[in-house]
Design a protein around this ligand. Structure first.
Ligand code: UTP
Length: 274
């Protein structure tokens, strides 16, 4: 039912400079696979096979990654190394990829609005590939798609964070409907701990209903002078149309060096070595 997944990948990744000077942050590997491939695999597992990237300058490596490299294929054909290409071949086979450019970095909300031409008038998933999620069952996006079938409204994935870290996230307040599920009543982007309505932080997984685009078109710049998806979601929440969901699984903030290292160690121990 939900087929499309948007990947906003236009950000500069300044926290990883100089590594991200001429290569996208989303192409940094966790062990031997780039971050963005984990994200696309999660989307595919959830049944979202129409992948749309909102890219920017210097992001061509992403498009190349999701395309066949004939020279390389020819070179390793019939050798024991073919196994290394299996995961990316599967993704290329099963997904379609569309690209559009965000010409100015005006925030995540603006990046999502830029993706409107690829999405049209249907609900869609959003994955921020620098938030890497591990869940061996249906995946975090898969969990959210199942919830969407029940509630038919926008859904954000949330996680409890230490109170002193609220300034890094969109923070939600809501009515607890059942275990781990809230109907959002308030959302604040990057509040100081003393202003935060809770410690429930939005992570990089969303399901959005398409009315979000009309709202985003009217959303003025908010925190940091950027057009914030949080502000647009707050408009939807006023009509009782946003759910916040404590996902099952493990999530790493790979946009930060510490989170990236933790994810690498976790992935190496739990998947690569096994
Ligand atoms: P971040 O806040 O992590 O920004 O964006 P960033 O530029 O990628 O990284 P730093 O802070 O400079 O190190 C969160 C997500 O939103 C996307 C980013 O690509 C990232 O996936 N984004 C953000 C856009 O696509 N466009 C924007 O204008 C802003």
């Amino acid at each position: 039912m939900i087929k499309k997944c948007l990947f906003p990948v236009a950000g500069y990744g300044t926290r990883f400079l100089p590594a991200t000077k001429s290569q996208p942050k989303e192409m940094l590997p966790i062990v031997n696979k780039p971050l963005v491939q984990y994200g696309v695999e999660e989307a595919l597992k959830a049944g979202l096979s129409d992948i749309g990237f909102v890219t920017g300058r210097g992001k061509r490596a992403i498009a190349d990654h999701f395309d066949i490299n004939y020279e390389l294929e020819h070179q390793i054909e019939g050798t024991g190394k073919e196994v290394y290409l299996e995961s990316i071949r599967e993704v290329i086979d099963k997904c379609t990829f569309t690209y559009t450019r965000q010409s100015e970095m005006k925030g995540l909300g603006h990046a999502i609005l830029t993706g409107k031409t690829m999405i049209g008038d249907e609900p869609f998933g959003v994955i921020l590939a620098d938030d890497l999620c591990f869940d061996d069952d249906e995946g975090v996006m898969g969990q959210m798609v199942n919830l969407y079938k029940q509630f038919r409204c926008s859904i954000v994935a949330i996680e409890e964070v230490p109170m002193e870290e609220t300034y890094k996230y969109g923070i939600v307040e809501g009515i607890n409907i059942k275990d781990g599920l809230f109907r959002v009543t308030n959302m604040v982007e990057k509040p100081k701990p003393e202003d935060a309505p809770s410690n429930l932080a939005v992570i990089g997984r969303y399901i959005l209903t398409p009315d979000i685009f009309d709202i985003l078109e009217k959303t003025p710049p908010g925190a940091n002078g950027e057009i914030q998806i949080t502000d647009a979601l707050m408009e939807q929440a006023k009509n009782g149309c946003v759910m916040a969901f404590k996902f099952r699984g493990k999530r790493f903030d790979c946009g930060s060096v510490d989170g990236y290292i933790d994810a690498t160690n976790y992935s190496y121990e739990n998947y690569y070595k096994k």
